[in-house]
Design a protein around this ligand. Structure first.
Ligand code: PHE
Ligand code: ZN
Length: 854
């Protein structure tokens, strides 16, 4: 098992690589000429290790000496004799037999590659590690009829015709990169073009290549690309480094998208916008994914990770950067999106026994490192740092880091050191955030007046004394004093008090002001347990402060109401205070509709499991529905007035204001519908029937299916018939059926999985259906009949046979990691499922099963 502590600098860290591909679906020949430079930092005698997987090696020579290799997978250690080391190889691949979605594989009529993290070893024998940077040239040859378009990284250097209806194109990428950023795409792509003029006046040719046209559907992606390029130029003064930027859109792809240098890949679901099918969320998905992959250009590609332990460095920084970009474009409510994902997806993982640090000390399967912890939690850690240093300090620090490590594989330590130096603060202590597993819970409670008559608050972190994560407590008046119980010293960074020890007292002058609000303006990724009364929470929610604190107050109030119903209270009583606050939010909804939409949405039932100490999921769902129902009833008039005050904009307007207005309209309609009144039901059905836009249709079907839970086969049939010829909408239809919160949904999903219109080979489709049911449908999946667990076992075995890393992703995303906390037969059934998988599955899936059983 790779261990971080065992890192050794590679024997060679740079080189030149020339590749020739003779493309064919059944028999692709690849020839490679590599010349590596000895790494002066390597230990004497350190070998360079070549890895290969699933290939036939026709020849392999090192420094001109033929090597004897047996087996389709293996490795060879060679010690450089001089300053350079040359490797030549010729191999034969069978892409059609490759279902792993790594290496060279078929995507529809195309042949494509995916190499992150260790897929390049499926292409040629190579030192497949991210700290070996090489300049690459790739010559692609194949039948012009089968592969009219031949794409790889960098600039198109030469091309030509060859006998027998064949042709070739040579691509050269002048900037050294790790091999996981290599890519090729060959096939009948349709192309559209655009260009971007940088701040310094360079023109960059942009093109989108779409496997299943019309390619115009990628126009929006190109618009997003130009926009994010300009944003990074404005924010950091950094430009893209080549003259050509290509994106290719096809399915399937292992994950949504991939940042290959100069040739980003997108799954159709996040690369194309078809006005006939695209919802507002689909557009946001394209915008965010295009931004994310572009922003990897600096955080990831020019500054790569030293090894895969550092994945959280490139993913955390890039995720934060795409979030900041989206917030600037769409407004502050966008901040709540990652926060919701953090609570619904990252915290359950971080609270369970399988919690891993963002930078783990070891791993069994590198693909299993791509978790909400690596992406979302790391982004939250970097965000906390950026809020401490301020936007300008952070930009200065980031630029300093990117200059210092350009072309030099980096670690978290490098980022903290350089960002800190650029911003003028010491961030070294924040390394603990990346190395400590598990969520940090913080308790706050009021203190009696001290001898000076000053009010106060005690802040205490839960858990071990060994937890040294520095905790910024938020922006507060300069005369709030922090008395650290153990450390003694009072640290402030940028004026923000930082807790280093286990607890601290805050004291402020007795002049009648309110207690400081913790984490105001600096949002730490913690679980805050504070003893603020309902009235204080309601005031925070309706005030105009930090969006995170407003939203958190709404979530806390809702959680309290649901807890009270679970404990036997009547829903109307339990939800009374929350209804009052929501009424105020609704009355002013027109000020910021997107924010109001977020505030009136209750936490997902799944996000409530831990805060409510793992109640019976059926009872939890019933309490959640009861509270929503009570709110819908009590707010009947307020919801209708808000809908009237913010009417749905024309379906063809897609700016932030239009998106926000539709979001509010739909959130209000859903809550109103939950109230159970006939008028609301009629309004939702009318919205579905009137079909002004796919966004409104999808939202109406989703709320009608989710909110009532009762089967409505007629509605499902109507929707299916209406969407039959629009595959992207049909996909939504599958997903919505899987979200129905009912006892028999497992049976529905079993039928859907065998539906002729469901393509199990389309990973994006499998992923959306599976995550709707197994991850987000708490009521259906955890039904006491056990049907959900049985189905999960079947699906995992089936997926695992074709695609182990996707099976591992699915299991990891479910609640099974917390099986010990589910009382009675549920916990036992989950355990039995894990026991049944153990020993009878792929290594990637076994890695997750093992962690869950630990
Ligand atoms: N690195 C890619 C991204 O975040 C996605 C990816 C996920 C790649 C998983 C490999 C494995 O943009
Ligand atoms: Zn990424």
């Amino acid at each position: 098992m790779p261990t971080r502590a065992d890192y050794r600098p590679p024997a060679c860290d740079a080189g030149e690589v020339a590749l020739w591909f003779d493309l064919d679906a059944r028999e692709t020949r690849v020839r490679a000429e590599c010349s590596f430079r000895r790494n002066p930092a390597a230990a004497p005698g350190e070998p360079l290790v070549l890895h290969w997987r699933d290939m036939e090696i026709a020849s392999l020579t090192v420094d001109g000496v033929a090597q004897a290799v047996g087996g389709r997978s293996g490795e060879l250690a060679v010690v450089p004799r001089g300053e350079t080391l040359t490797v030549s190889a010729e191999v034969v691949l069978d892409p059609a037999a490759n279902t792993s979605l790594q290496g060279l594989y078929p995507a529809g009529a195309a042949l494509v590659t995916h190499c992150e993290p260790e897929g390049f070893r499926r292409i040629i024998p190579f030192p497949d590690r991210p700290d070996v940077l090489v300049r690459m040239t790739a010559t692609l040859a194949g039948s012009r009829a089968d592969f009219p378009v031949l794409l790889s990284n960098g600039e198109r250097e030469a091309e030509g015709a060859a006998p027998g209806g064949r042709h070739w194109v040579r691509w050269r990428d002048p900037v050294p990169k790790p091999c996981y950023l290599f890519a090729l795409a060959a096939g009948p792509f349709e192309t559209i073009e655009d260009r971007h003029v940088t701040r310094s006046g360079r023109t960059i040719a942009l093109a989108a290549h779409v496997l299943n046209g019309p390619a115009e559907r990628a126009r929006f992606a190109l618009d997003c690309l130009r926009s994010v390029m300009a944003w990074e130029e404005r924010r950091l003064g950094r430009e893209y480094d080549l003259d050509t930027y290509n994106i290719a859109v096809f399915s399937p792809l292992a994950f949504h998208a991939m940042e290959n240098k100069g040739l980003n890949f997108f799954d159709e679901s996040v690369g194309l916008v078809d006005p006939e099918t695209a919802t507002d969320l689909d557009r946001l998905g394209v915008e965010i994914n295009v931004a994310h992959e572009y922003l990897h250009h600096w955080t990831g590609n020019r500054v790569p990770c030293r090894d895969w332990f550092e994945l959280c460095l490139k993913e955390g920084l890039t995720t934060l950067r795409h979030q900041l970009y989206a917030e600037e474009r769409h407004g502050p409510a966008m901040r709540l999106w990652p926060l919701r994902v953090f609570r619904t997806q990252q915290l359950p993982e971080d609270l369970g026994p399988s919690a891993r640090p963002a930078r783990p000390p070891e791993y069994a399967e590198p693909f299993n490192l791509y978790t909400p912890t690596a992406y979302i939690k790391s982004a939250e850690i970097f965000r906390m740092i950026s809020e401490l240093t301020g936007a300008e300090g952070f930009a200065r620090g980031l630029n300093r880091f990117l200059d210092a490590c350009d072309g030099r594989p980096a670690r978290i330590e490098d980022a903290l050191r350089e960002i800190g130096a650029g911003a003028g603060v010491d961030l070294g202590g924040f390394l603990a955030w990346f190395e400590t597993p598990g969520a940090l819970a913080v308790a706050a409670e009021p203190l009696a007046e001290d001898v000076l008559g000053r009010p106060g608050m005690a802040v205490r972190r839960a858990g071990g004394a060994g937890d040294s994560r520095p905790l910024p407590l938020g922006r507060m008046d300069p005369d709030v004093e922090q008395v650290d119980a153990e450390v003694g010293e009072q640290t402030r960074i940028g004026g923000v008090p930082v807790l280093h020890g286990r607890s601290a007292e805050l004291r402020w002058p007795a002049d009648g002001r309110a207690a400081p609000m913790l984490f105001d303006g600096v949002s730490a990724p913690v679980i805050l347990r504070e003893r603020r009364g309902d009235a204080a929470l309601a005031a925070a929610m309706t005030g105009g402060g930090d969006p995170c604190r407003r939203w958190d107050a709404s979530q806390q109030l809702a959680t309290r109401a649901i807890a009270a119903v679970l404990a036997g209270a009547a829903a109307e009583d339990a939800a009374h205070g929350l209804a009052g606050a929501l009424g105020e939010v609704l009355a002013r909804a027109a000020d910021d509709p997107a924010m109001a939409a977020e505030l009136i949405a209750l936490p997902e039932p799944r996000a409530l499991l831990e805060p409510l100490d793992f109640p019976d999921p059926e009872a939890l769902h019933a309490a959640w529905s009861a509270v929503r129902g009570a709110l819908g009833g009590m707010l009947d008039g307020a919801l209708q007035r808000a809908r009237a005050a913010v009417p749905a904009p024309p379906p063809d307007s897609h700016g932030p204001a239009a998106i926000g207005a539709r979001a509010l309209g739909n959130a209000a309609l859903e809550l109103w519908l939950a109230g159970g009144g006939a008028a609301a039901e009629a309004a939702a059905r009318a919205q579905f029937a009137a079909a002004q836009s796919p966004n409104q249709e999808v939202a109406a079907l989703r709320m009608l299916t989710r909110t009532h839970g009762g089967p409505d086969p007629a509605l499902a049939e109507t929707a299916r018939r209406r969407w039959e010829r629009r595959p992207a909408l049909l996909r939504r239809w599958f997903e919505i059926q899987a979200l129905r919160p009912a006892a028999d949904t497992a049976e529905t999903v079993r039928t859907l999985l065998r539906d002729p219109a469901f393509d199990a080979g389309d990973v994006a489709q499998a992923r959306s259906l599976c995550s709707a049911f197994f991850v987000h449908n708490l009521r259906g999946f955890h039904d006491s009949g056990g049907g959900g667990y049985a189905l999960l076992g079947e699906v995992l075995r089936d997926l695992d046979a074709r695609n182990p890393v996707v099976a591992a992703w699915l299991l990891r995303s479910t609640d099974l990691g917390n099986w010990r906390r589910f009382a009675g037969p549920r916990g036992e059934a989950m355990r039995a499922l894990l026991d049944g998988l153990a020993g009878a599955c792929s290594a990637a899936l076994a890695d997750i099963v093992g962690r869950f059983l630990e």
